[in-house]
Design a protein around this ligand. Structure first.
Ligand SMILES: [Fe+2]
Length: 208
């Protein structure tokens, strides 16, 4: 059975995390891991029954602003794996941010517009203005659609809820996403700033 903290006690989540653990023990290479995780992840994403109402709510005391909530659903003992729901109210946009870990992100409810940006380290090619954020693409993701995060390749983005109800996305990421120090980026200047999003239902240990 998976070692770690379950914040949702539902057989579907226990089953999923046990399968994730077995895949991670078997596969050591990120692309292979993600390929094998897709099927169990899709099943969890398509199952509307297991996510309790309390983890579908916005959070007025959000660390990200705009009422955006990050509800921790499972975390491994080593804090190298987190499952969480991100709730973004209608019309609200996250800061442009990175994640610093591989993962899977999919839409559990509602719709999100995603804008992916070139990572800062890719902005130093000849002729580029390294101080500006460069948009790679913009797309709308509907309920049930998901994608892989593989840093540094596609690690910088922002999402906005474009449905009339809040969007809920389900994240499986290979770090303590809410508590690690990562970066957010100024959309106008590209300037990076330290960013800790926090968990809506868990305190982060004080930074060293
Ligand atoms: Fe993100």
């Amino acid at each position: 059975m998976s070692a770690g903290n379950f914040f949702v006690e539902h057989p579907a989540v226990h089953r999923f995390m046990a399968e994730v653990e077995s895949i991670l023990q078997r596969e050591k290479e990120t692309a292979m891991r993600l390929a094998e995780l897709r099927t169990p992840y899709r099943l969890l994403l398509e199952d509307e029954t297991w996510l309790p109402e309390e983890f579908r709510q916005a959070n007025p005391n959000s660390g990200m602003g705009g009422g955006i909530a990050s509800w921790l659903l499972y975390q491994s003992t080593e804090k190298d794996l987190s499952l969480f729901s991100l709730v973004v109210p209608p019309g609200v946009t996250t800061p442009i941010h990175n994640h610093l870990a591989w993962g899977l992100v999919g839409i559990y409810a509602g719709e999100q517009e995603e804008e992916e940006f070139e990572p800062p380290e890719d902005r130093h090619h000849p002729g580029a203005d390294a101080s500006l954020m460069k948009l790679r693409f913009r797309r709308v993701l509907k309920t049930g659609e998901f994608y892989e995060l593989i840093p540094p390749h596609n690690d910088v983005h922002r999402v906005k809820t474009v449905s009339s109800e809040p969007s809920i996305s389900l994240h499986l990421l290979a770090n303590d996403t809410g508590c690690i120090l990562r970066q957010k980026f100024d959309p106008a200047t590209g300037e990076a700033a330290p960013f800790r999003s926090g968990w809506s239902n868990q305190q982060c240990p004080e930074s060293p």
